[in-house]
Design a protein around this ligand. Structure first.
Ligand code: ZN
Ligand code: ZN
Length: 750
């Protein structure tokens, strides 16, 4: 029932604005806050969300709502609150934020698919008679009847497959009164045919017990709070989550668990399914029907626990008591298209609306979360030891500057790593090798003139992919044939340098021909469950050496892996990104954690050209606190997060000059918001705490034929950052000439 003459409607546009629409008398009983409506906008009809009702509007001629889509509100008032926060915090449209709350399959609705089921409706004797009568005249119908006689009931595609009959034969049999034909709705249940063996609480270690008790107490208090669960790899964080969730369910509440997409494996899901009865899963690899079914199951109150990737933070659960973010430091929780939200931060806001507890789990927490425990905003509980008191693996750092072939350049594999691999493999143990760069050769140049082959549309070196016989841009995915001669000087001396996983695979196969190697990267793992199949093969021991990009660094627990080799620790550390050290440290700790999981122990070998870099030395000693302290000092000096707050504004367009001009124009507006008329700076801040860096060409200047300039806005708090950004809030972000993107709390500065 609409209490108000007009509806406030938001649309999927990058503008935080509510539009007023007139509610025609026929819709008065239907329009409600939280429902979707169809409205005219410009010359189009669009779907919007009703977020408010009012009696007052200063718009003279209001248009009518055309249609009300939902019979009951699809969004709760709490979720509307979360969306408001997102729109204000990330400078996106409220409608844009709401759009990301509903899976696209729910938005478009899914039509039920039906299938023909054929049933025999005569007794066996008369069917036999019939078959012999028609055998000669209608052999296909006879064949179909024979097949049916065996099973009694079958779907048309199956029958067609067995008896090679067509639909017209089936229709004839029906006309003769031998069969019935019914349309039955097809379902595609997610856990069909799967049996989950129930598990009970594992006996927990003393450290786990402390963590569980703390979280349970917080859940019972029903007060919004955040707990950082800082536990080394293999310390049993999942068991802590499971026991905390069990308490939540006992209290009649519900829980959301977010894990990085790549860790959302059948094993992970099984751990939750085997402990709890009503688990829903939201995952991009589900079929559309499954995704839709899972979402509606949650919406209809049929799930106690939702396990999913980033967008599962918007799961339509009521009465949430606990939100768990596993591997909270992962950058996959940050969405890189609008709305550019971080699910970890959204979870804290959602929990505030629900009076719920957030548990952030990680072996290598983000500096932001760690800092929040330092200043007492979050509580911290630590698991220092692995379950069963297995020691963390020994890490050895190899200085690759010393590993040089006699005058022939750099070696990709050090003697020590090669020797260790031999030793490990001869004992029938397994090796994990990390190389965070795919393709064959990441660098293609001319021997004569030094010309470097770059993408024609992006400012990025092309990577040679041998199997595809192509050079590929890893940014825009453009593919080109491999040049036979230098595009610049026409000399035939093209050189392929550097190692990607494809080339490394060739090299290792040649050196270890008697062992099975599997390469795991986004080129080899394209199929829906190729990832899962590869891991099962490795688990069974069919694979001796697993070589892969960072997709092998997470969550895998294989007791027979006794050696982890990091072929190049330097792929991230040199990126122009203030989080480069943090990301390097995290990746090294994560991959090191894949070994030493059994009594056989484990060893990690890290190859690097920066052996003195603190992200590597602290990772080698598993010293998170040491690393965090050092990194925080550096961030404080430069006033980067978590001390200062950043936003990035990127402008892009076809003409460099237009983009540059717009960037200066935006910079001026932002500066005007910082420099007040009396000459002082916003909020009385000093110059090192607030300002605009740039405009400058983005580190990757050109992407897909678009020139890119960027600006970094820095302030002491999100509040002041938002005040500054307000000055460009109403700029047209989708202009044809130059597009603008605002990223608050950015994760990528390229
Ligand atoms: Zn490109
Ligand atoms: Zn050349």
């Amino acid at each position: 029932m609409a209490y108000g003459k007009f509806a406030e409607v938001v649309l999927d546009i990058p503008l935080n604005k509510k539009f007023h629409y007139n509610i025609p008398p026929s819709f008065v009983n239907q329009v409600e806050i939280g429902k979707r409506v169809k409205v005219p906008f410009g010359r189009r009809t669009v779907v919007g969300y009703c977020v408010g009702l009012t009696n007052i509007s200063d718009v003279k001629t209001l248009k009518d709502i055309i249609h009300v889509i939902d019979t009951t509100p699809i969004l709760s008032s709490k979720m509307l609150g979360v969306a408001e926060w997102m729109a204000n915090f990330y400078f996106c449209g409220l409608g844009e934020a709401l759009e990301s709350f509903l899976p696209s399959v729910v938005k478009k609705g899914i039509k039920s698919r039906t299938i023909n089921v054929i049933r025999l409706c005569k007794d066996g004797i008369s069917v036999k008679e019939m078959i012999s009568t028609i055998k000669k005249r209608a052999p296909i119908q006879a064949r179909a009847l024979e097949a049916l006689a065996e099973v009694g009931e079958i779907t048309f595609p199956e029958l067609a497959n067995i008896s090679k009959c067509k639909m017209d034969s089936v229709n004839r049999l029906r006309d003769r009164g031998f069969i019935t034909l019914d349309k039955v709705e097809v379902s595609d249940p997610l856990f069909a045919g799967k049996h989950f063996k129930k598990t009970v609480h594992f006996s927990s270690t003393e450290e786990q017990e402390v963590a569980i008790r703390l979280i349970k107490r917080k859940v019972r208090e029903r007060k919004h709070s955040v707990v950082l669960l800082k536990g080394v790899t293999g310390s049993g964080k999942t068991e802590v989550y499971l026991q905390a969730i069990s308490e939540v369910i006992t209290l009649g509440m519900k829980a959301i668990v977010l894990v990085p997409e790549i860790s959302l494996t059948p094993q992970t899901i099984e751990r939750f399914k085997s402990r709890f009865d009503r688990v829903a899963v939201l995952h991009s690899s589900l079929t559309e029907r499954q995704r839709s079914d899972q979402w509606w199951d949650i919406k209809n109150g049929n799930a106690d626990v939702v396990v999913g990737a980033r967008s599962a933070i918007f799961a339509p659960l009521e009465d949430v008591g606990l939100i768990v973010i596993d591997e909270e430091h992962e950058n996959t929780f940050k969405q890189d298209t609008s709305p550019r939200y971080n699910a970890r931060d959204v979870s804290v806001v959602r929990a505030a609306y629900e009076n719920a507890v957030v548990v952030l789990g990680s072996a290598t927490p983000s500096l932001e979360s760690f800092y929040n425990t330092e200043i007492g905003k979050y509580e911290c509980v630590t698991l220092k030891n692995r379950v069963g008191h297995k020691p963390l693996p020994r890490v050895e750092v190899i200085d690759m500057r010393r590993e040089i072939f006699g005058g022939k350049g750099q070696k990709p594999i050090s003697d020590y790593l090669e020797l260790s691999m031999k030793e490990c493999l001869s004992k029938k143990e397994q090796v994990l090798l990390l190389l965070n760069r795919r393709g064959f050769s990441p660098f293609i140049s001319c021997r004569r003139c030094g010309f470097v082959l770059k993408c024609k549309r992006c400012d990025i070196s092309l990577t040679y992919h041998k199997k595809k016989e192509a050079v590929i841009c890893h940014y825009c995915f453009a593919e080109e044939p491999v040049p036979r001669e230098c595009p610049d000087c026409c000399s035939p001396g093209i050189r392929f340098t550097g190692f990607g996983t494809e080339r490394m695979e060739e090299l290792i196969r040649a050196r270890f021909p008697q062992y099975n190697l599997l390469r795991m990267d986004s080129d080899t793992m394209r199929g829906r469950d190729s990832h899962e199949k590869a891991l099962s093969a490795f688990r069974r021991g069919d694979i001796d050496i697993l070589l892969g990009t960072q997709m092998i660094a997470k969550g895998l627990d294989f007791p027979n892996v006794t050696l982890v080799g990091v072929l190049s620790a330097d792929t991230i550390v040199n990126l122009p990104d203030f989080r480069a050290s943090e990301k390097t440290f995290q990746l090294l700790c994560q991959v090191a954690g894949r070994t030493g999981r059994s009594a056989k122990g484990g060893k990690v070998i890290v190859q690097t050209y920066n052996p003195e870099h603190y992200s590597i030395t602290y990772a080698a000693t598993h010293d998170y606190d040491g690393f965090a302290k050092k990194e925080l000092e550096y961030r404080k000096q430069l006033y980067y997060p978590p001390y200062g707050r950043l936003a990035r504004v990127v402008l892009r367009g076809k003409k460099d000059l237009d983009v540059k001009e717009k960037a200066s124009n935006i910079a001026e507006k932002l500066m005007n918001a910082i420099k007040l008329s009396d000459g002082s700076l916003l909020a009385g801040l000093r110059k090192d705490k607030v300002g605009v860096l740039g405009p400058a060409p983005a580190p990757i200047v050109r992407v897909k034929d678009n020139y890119r300039w960027h600006l970094i806005v820095k302030a002491d708090s999100f509040k002041n950052l938002h005040t500054i950004l307000k000055s460009i809030e109403n700029e047209n972000r989708n202009s044809k000439k130059v597009q603008m993107m605002i990223d608050v709390d950015p994760y990528m500065l390229l």
